[in-house]
Design a protein around this ligand. Structure first.
Ligand code: HEM
Length: 814
């Protein structure tokens, strides 16, 4: 790891705050060491080896007290070498992946990016003015302004497109690349030892290209490890060159994806409720890795000035609290599935390891609490320019404060070092756990083929009462819906605290949309959906045709934009800015394009039911989950474009929306009729293989499914058509009223002139400045714009929801 390369003082002056108080080129002037002062690499170089040793020691104990390599009389064995090397290769890979993720997290999210100075020769454009009005300032300065902020798609602030990384963050990127090299090597080693393990041959015998290639081609485990290796290689190559937060964010996403493939091939994938187990473990690993990694990332930034380090620490502290909670809940959920009761907790080796992990988590949470109390709170009050390492600020008072701050940072390094050690030891336990057979292991229990397909026994004959009352909880959708409801209500409370009103109809719409989602996925529909195509089709229609209608009327994005605070200095961006950037991003522009949305809405129906895709997705743990998420997402996008009130990059005018809505109807009808008249079984590889001792034949159930598509294609369409027409007529009324108000108010002439001048300036590509009525004539000619005596009215958020470059009405539709 390239720690030595950065052990010296940073040479760049681009760290926020620091750049303001230090002379150029003198970022960290030579200074006498102060007690508590520590170099960033020094902090990492001391904490990391201790933590890795702790993880290895714990794993050695778990492996040493384990059952030893499997030896069956007369059969070959992989031997002691593989027995020890496989878990250690996995642990080294885990630690390296966590470090990669953590350093990228620090670079992209935790550490403040450089603020891009707005060029002096450029006067603020109308876009910048909108950004100020509708963005940060509006949200800061009170209820009325805040109420306008969410209505239009807020412009990104000037210079926000490219956020260059500070020198500290770039160093984190380089560390991440180095860690990714270790991750890559450890993963390749794990691949060899895994092949040795499953083929019961010593590692030396399987170390040949042909055997490895066929292992990768023919097993899920092999493919998973190769995918991880490929992602690690990308991060290793690109990590050294990242210079912006966006690039670091993309690499962070790749590293996060790289944590997941092994989940699909571990214990979770073979347990009874496999979809839930896989998702729980995926969430568990992501949350735990971000928690541990973020801590490591912060240890690399202790030399930042207090004004930057304090906020970074505060951000991580909040983030870590959430990650710890998610780690605990997902870990306990996953353990419950595999333990099947309380007694195995102390009666089995697997249970004991789970208990020890819980102890590790509690210890880390206590240490995190101490950090919060003794470090985060104190650094929050340090003056921005105080360096965390030594007293470089002028004056005795400043020197004393710098000394205190350095002491606080010294305490951070000690506490964070211990927390990192505890968590890495828990990682050692985790790897030991993944090599231990769980008490409930469905892979070892010979199950009937139907149960093996469904993941649960064939339910009794279907009835309306059972569909409504015999619930089978889909924990993924249930927890996501509970979180979505909680966040919405929290946003509502925040608005209320600021005195901003939020239409009660929207809240009711949001909560009822979520209720439909939960009912479609967790009621008897969830139990019988994989058994009967007609029930599956009902789920599909509820998720894509019914739930989205109230969900989009709930206007969650508008609420989020209004409720979230702008990022606090020195961070130039935070969740609100990320949301705005996402709304402006090209993937969102493409995904919300009316042509794409309509094609996706109709095309995915045909692709799913008229090809073998349905069978493939039903057979895959995550495929089934993805299918439901896709139904919902496609429906939400479709209805958002039609009747939604959230800001979007573009919207069709109302006549276009009506055409879009009506164009979907014949496709639904045609598909419904096609399924009703089909004489062979759709998804025969799934519904045809289930042994169902009751009810009508699978083919006649399929005909019912066709009728459901037909009916559902038409009924909600008419409801939406009515909403659309009402919205259209309301918008016309609002526009008329607004125009009348402007004409009645004499003072509004200036506002109209301003808007007109801004429009002309945009056309001419020049700066916006106020012109008198006398200058309008020549300007019109010079700009070549339309010659008119009536300047365009300034667009009011309340009357601008018609195809207006992403503006949406505050009152529309609710
Ligand atoms: C209440 C505390 C916890 C519980 C109940 C718990 C439970 C579990 C369970 C059941 C597994 C699945 C093992 C298998 O494949 O059979 C797991 C895996 C894992 N846990 Fe935890 N855990 C807890 C805390 C933690 C903490 C604090 C960390 C972070 C240091 C952590 C990191 C991991 C990792 C990385 C894995 C994946 C191991 C691998 O497949 O290599 N867990 N945990």
């Amino acid at each position: 790891m390239d720690i030595s390369a950065s052990a010296g003082p940073p040479t760049s002056t681009d760290d926020p705050v620091a750049a303001e108080v230090r002379p150029p080129g003198d970022a960290f002037p030579a200074q006498a060491p102060t007690p508590g002062a520590t170099r960033p690499a020094g902090a990492v170089a001391r904490a990391l080896p201790v933590a890795v040793l702790a993880g290895c020691a714990v794993l050695a104990l778990v492996v040493g007290f384990g059952p030893g390599p499997l030896r069956l009389p007369g059969l070959p064995s992989s031997g002691e070498g593989t027995y020890w090397a496989l878990p250690f290769a996995r642990l080294v890979g885990r630690i390296a992946s966590v470090a990669t993720l953590g350093w990228l997290l620090a670079a992209a999210v935790l550490l403040p990016a450089r603020r891009v100075p707005v060029r002096r020769d450029r006067e603020p454009s109308s876009a910048d003015a909108t950004a100020t009005r509708a963005g940060d300032a509006a949200t800061r300065t009170g209820a009325a302004a805040t109420a306008r902020a969410g209505d239009a798609l807020p412009e990104r602030a000037a210079g926000s497109r490219q956020r260059p990384l500070t020198s500290t963050a770039r160093r984190c990127g380089r560390y991440a690349a180095d860690a990714a090299v270790v991750w890559l090597i450890a993963t390749l080693a794990e691949l060899v030892f895994t092949l040795s393990d499953v083929s019961a041959q010593p590692a030396g015998d399987v170390f040949d290209l042909h055997a490895l290639r066929s292992f990768v081609a023919s097993t899920e485990q092999g493919r998973a490890l190769l995918t991880v290796a490929a992602l690690a290689a990308v991060v290793a190559i690109v990590g050294r060159t990242v210079t912006t937060t966006t690039a670091a964010g993309v690499l962070l996403a790749l590293a996060a994806i790289g944590l997941l493939p092994p989940v699909l091939a571990g214990h979770a994938a073979t347990s009874g409720d496999h979809a839930i187990a896989v998702v729980a473990l995926a969430v568990h690993i992501l949350a735990a890795s971000a928690w541990v990694g973020g801590l490591l990332g912060l240890l690399s930034a202790v030399r930042l000035p207090a004004g930057s380090f304090g906020p970074a620490l505060r951000r991580h502290s909040r983030f870590a609290a959430g990650a710890a909670a998610v780690t605990a809940v997902s870990g306990i959920g996953g353990a419950a599935l595999r333990l099947g009761g309380f007694a195995p907790l102390w009666e089995t080796r697997y249970g004991l390891l789970v208990t020890l992990k819980a102890v590790g988590l509690i210890a880390a949470v206590v240490l995190g609490g101490l950090l919060r109390r003794h470090v985060v709170a104190r650094l929050a009050t340090a003056t921005p320019q105080t360096t965390t390492a030594a007293g470089t600020a002028a004056g005795a008072g400043a020197t004393a404060e710098a000394g205190t701050t350095a002491g606080t940072v010294g305490r951070f390094i000690r506490l964070a070092g211990v927390e990192l050690t505890v968590l890495t030891a828990t990682l050692g336990l985790a790897v030991g756990l993944s090599r231990t057979a769980p008490p409930v292991d469905d892979a070892l229990v010979p199950a009937d083929p139907t149960r093996a397909l469904l993941g649960y026994p064939m339910p009794p004959p279907v009835t309306a009462v059972r569909l409504a009352a015999d619930w089978r909880i889909d924990w993924v959708f249930l927890s996501a819906s509970v979180i979505a409801a909680g966040l919405y209500l929290a946003g509502l409370l925040r608005l209320r605290a600021r005195g901003v009103r939020w239409p009660v109809g929207r809240t009711i719409a949001w909560l009822s949309g979520l209720a439909v989602v939960v009912f479609a996925t967790s009621s008897g529909l969830g139990r019988y959906g994989p058994v009967l195509l007609s029930v599956h089709m009902t789920q599909h229609m509820l998720l894509s045709m019914l739930a989205p209608i109230p969900l989009v009327l709930g206007a969650p994005v508008t609420l989020a934009l209004r409720a979230m605070h702008p990022a606090r200095a020195p961070h130039p961006s935070g969740p609100r800015e990320w949301l705005v950037a996402l709304l402006h991003s090209w993937p969102v522009r493409v995904l919300t394009h009316p042509a794409w949305v309509t094609a996706n809405f109709i095309g995915s129906l045909y692709a799913l039911y008229l090809t073998s895709l349905l069978t493939t997705l039903m057979h895959n743990h995550l495929g089934h989950l993805y299918m439901n998420v896709h139904f919902l997402a496609v429906g939400v996008l479709f209805f958002e474009l039609l009747i939604g009130v959230d800001p979007l990059p573009r919207r069709l005018p109302h006549p276009g929306r009506i055409i879009m809505l009506l164009s979907a109807v014949p496709f639904h009808t045609f598909l419904g009729i096609a399924i009703m008249s089909e004489s062979s079984l759709l998804a025969a590889g799934w519904y045809g293989r289930l042994v169902r001792p009751w009810g009508v034949s699978a083919l006649s159930d399929q005909h019912t499914a066709g009728a459901i598509v037909w009916a559902f294609g038409e009924l909600p369409t008419f409801a939406v058509l009515i909403v659309l027409v009402i919205q259209w007529s309301r918008m016309d009324d609002r526009r008329t009223r607004a125009r009348e108000r402007r004409i009645a108010a004499a003072g509004d002439v200036d506002a109209e002139l301003d808007a007109y001048n801004a429009y002309l300036a945009r056309l001419a590509g020049g700066p916006t400045r106020r012109r008198t009525a006398a200058t309008i004539g020549p300007a019109v000619t010079a700009a070549g714009g339309p010659i008119t005596t009536t300047p365009p009215a300034p667009r009011d958020a309340a009357d601008d929801d018609e195809g207006g470059g992403g503006r949406a009405s505050a009152g529309g539709g609710g």
